[in-house]
Design a protein around this ligand. Sequence first.
Ligand code: AMP
Length: 208
Amino acid sequence: MKLILLGAPGAGKGTLAKKLIDKYNIPQLSTGDMLRTAVKEGTEFGKKAKSFMDSGALVPDQLVIDIIAERLKQKDCKNGFILDGFPRTIAQADALGRIAKVNHVISLNVKDEVVVHRLSGRRTCKACGAIFHIENLKPKKSGKCDSCGGELFQRDDDKEETIRNRLNIFNAQTKPLIYYYSKKNLLVNLDAEQEPDKVFEECVEKLS
Ligand code: AMP
């Protein structure tokens, strides 16, 4: 199963991906996570990406196309994969079309205001990346991760001004992919304002 998760930042792509990994036994390929790792490790590539990411802008197409092309060559992608956060532009989708044939593109539909509320309250564990929310998914101990005890922090790009910027970029550059993939008859629409378990159930039902 070769899947693309398409949706605004905060639509729940990462959360759905985690559930799909277990269901279909395929890896999640998140360009956002790959870029954050490169930034943390201070690689050349990470240095190039950092300023774009901090402002909420997209990093140049060729950078992410190269990482994904390399990643798709690895053994664990043989039986399928879940692309989370890629492609985000028509140029990236065209490039992907030349290297892989996807089965379904899952569009997680959610209103802008819901995204702002979700992301501005999102807290991430510094150690293991687990996600919490200051209202909807509170950690048991304030500021600490339930799974590993790591410190929770707010990503720079989860501040309200940056969120609005990321949404504008999504609407301008990534939303056109909905039409792009619907023309190819690959689109599966999901109501992503539901509880995560419901989104997952609807997704599995529509894929089967
Ligand atoms: P995410 O965690 O998917 O929201 O990604 C965080 C940031 O990484 C984005 O705001 C972009 O700056 C960058 N990024 C991730 N994926 C891509 C992509 N496919 N194309 C360009 N930039 C990306």
